[in-house]
Design a protein around this ligand. Sequence first.
Ligand code: A3P
Length: 405
Amino acid sequence: MCRNPRKRRKPMTLVSSNQKTTFTHSVVKRVRSSACCGRLLLDLHAILALPAPGSDQPSAMSRTFPLSLEPLDAATQAEIEKRFLGCRFGLVRVKETGFLMPAPYAKYAEKYYNFKFLEDDVVVMTHPKCGTTWMQEIVWTMRSGLDFDTPLELGVRSPFLEFDSLENPELEPLAEWAEEFRARNPGKDPKEEGLYLFLADSSKSPRTIKTHLPFSLLNPSLPDTSKVVYVARNPKDASVSYFHHQRLVMVSEFLGEFPEFFDYFTKDLVTQGPFWKHVEEGWEKRDHPNVLFIFYEDMKEDIMREMRRLNAFLGTGYTDDQLLKVAEHTKFSNMKSRSTTNPTEAALKVGRFKAGEGEFVRKGVTGDWTAYFTPELEEKFENWVEKWKGVAKEIPFKYKINKKA
Ligand code: A3P
C-alpha cells in the first residue's frame, strides 16, 4: 500500500482476467444519460457548509488507490443480469479483497479512498441491511442537540458517501443539487465528480456520514481521524433483509426467491459484499478508541444499554431521560411512519422502488430468518461459515434474542 503521498502516482488499474490495462472509465462510459431522477426538493443551504469549500478531492497530496478492480467475467455478468435486472451496467470486484461493486464505483474509488474525514465526523459503517438507518437516525439525533422535528430526509442530514456508485448511471442528477454543485465547482461535471460525494464533502459539521464501504476502501487514516460506529447484524437476518431490499430497489431488481438469493449471497455475487470480509474489517478495529462496534441484536435486546454506550462514545453527555426520548423517536414504528426515515412512498413515486415489494423500513426484528431457512439452506449456511471460519466463528452473533421487557 502506498502511504507516502510524495511517491509517484500510478494510474488506477482495471484488471481483466487476461490483461491489465490503465483504467479509462470505459465501463462507465458505456452508459447513456437519459431519465430524470426527481427526488424530494431540498433546501441545500440548510445543510451545506458556507463558504463553499469546493470539491477538491482528491488533492495533490492524495494517495493512489492501492487496489485493483476487475470486471466480473462475461458469463457471470450475463447470468447476474438476467436475475438482477438493475445490474445491467456491469460489476467490478476489488481483486485483493473480493468486494463487489457496481461498475460506476471504478470512477470514484480513488476519491473515496482519499475522502477527507474531519475530526468531528462520525461515520456509520455497515454491511448493507445491518441497521444503518436506525443507527444513523440515533447518531444524528444525538448530535443535533435532540432535534426531533427536522423536516429533512435522513439521507440529506446524514449523507451516503458512495451513493454515486450505486445509482442508476442513466439517471440525470437532481437539477437543484447539480446547480449548486456547478456554482461551487465552476467547469466541473457533477456526474463525473460525484454529487453525493459533493454533498458529503460540503455538509456542515458536525457530519454524520453513512457508508457501506469497508475500512480497506476508505482513507487509511479514518479511525485515527474520526469516530466510526460499526453496526453488525447476524448474517441470516441480514441476508433475508438484503433479499427483500434487492427485490425492492430498481438498481438491483432481483427477480428470484430467497434460496436463489442466498446462493448468490454466499458465492459473493451480491454487491457490497462479501459479508464476512466486511464484518471482519470492522471487527479487527473494535478495540480502537475511535471505533464503536455494535450488534443490531444488542440494540434490539436492550436499546438503552447500547444508547448509553453510544452516549459515552460520542461524548454527548445525555441523561437517561433524554436517551429514552431518543429511543422513542428512533423506535421501529416511529421510523417506519416518518417519511424522513422511510422514503418508500417517495421512491415508489419516482420509480426507484418497485411496487408490491414492501417497504424500505420493513420488519425490524431478530429471527425473521427462521421463516426462510430450510434444512438445505441451513446446510449451505454451515458450509459457508466453514469457508470463512476464522472470522465467522470468532464473531459472537446472536440469531435469537431475549428482549428486555
Ligand atoms: P428488516 O429488513 O429485517 O426489517 P439498513 O438500514 O442497514 O438498510 O438496515 C435495514 C434493516 O434495519 C431492515 O431490517 C429495517 O427494517 C431495519 N430497521 C430500520 N429501522 C429500524 C429500527 N428503528 N429498529 C429496528 N430495525 C430497524
